[in-house]
Design a protein around this ligand. Structure first.
Ligand SMILES: C[S@@+](CC[C@H](N)C(=O)[O-])C[C@H]1O[C@@H](n2cnc3c(N)ncnc32)[C@H](O)[C@@H]1O
Length: 176
């Protein structure tokens, strides 16, 4: 059974998805990669998201063929990955987001509609990808689960927001 915090996070992501898609014209749920040439302004979010996805794609290790995209959002990263020739499966605990991803990906990817913690499959992957989804899962659980789902020599790729001890005020969009 889902707890209140999980339910409110899911609702937040769903509202964010609808606002992002219809107001800001964005496809992804991540914060984007704000390179120095981009003024920090919401109107630049689509460009920052493109930067982020390009950066993510450029960091897929050589030799990877199969990928599990944990917390696939609306499925746009999985789509880019399939277009690049990878075989991709997705995990999505949100029925709403899973449906969006299904419509986008059609039968190109299998979508496990469950929390990563509850995923059961015999399949094994060359890469387990967490694109701004690692923060939602207890790190020890995510790592243990991933170790069990990787092929020998398989790898885990995390692109996310991490907390640092700093005297400065917290800012999601600030650079340091
Ligand atoms: C900020 S969004 C990122 C979506 C997408 N990966 C992207 O980069 O745009 C976080 C994603 O993590 C998923 N998520 C949250 N908790 C999860 C969990 N316990 N297991 C798997 N996915 C989870 C959400 O449903 C959502 O798709």
């Amino acid at each position: 059974m889902k707890d209140k915090k999980t339910i409110s996070r899911e609702i937040g992501l769903e509202i964010g998805t609808l606002c992002g898609r219809h107001i800001l014209n964005v496809e992804h749920l991540h914060y984007g990669y704000w390179t120095k040439d981009l003024k920090v302004d919401l109107s630049h979010l689509p460009a920052a998201q493109k930067n982020y996805t390009d950066f993510l794609m450029s960091n897929i290790p050589d030799g990877v063929h199969t990928i599990l995209d944990v917390g696939c959002g609306m499925g746009h990263t999985a789509k880019r990955l399939t277009e690049a020739g990878y075989a991709v499966d997705c995990v999505s605990p949100s029925a709403f987001l899973a449906q969006q991803a299904r419509e986008l990906l059609q039968d190109k990817c299998k979508i496990f509609e469950c929390f990563y913690e509850q995923l059961h499959t015999e399949k094994r992957y060359d890469l387990v990808l967490f694109s701004e989804s690692f923060q939602y899962i207890a790190p020890e659980t995510a790592i243990q689960k991933t170790l069990a789902l990787l092929n020998p020599e398989g790898q885990m790729l995390i692109c996310d927001v991490f907390k640092l001890s700093t005297k400065e005020k917290k800012s999601y969009f600030g650079r340091s």
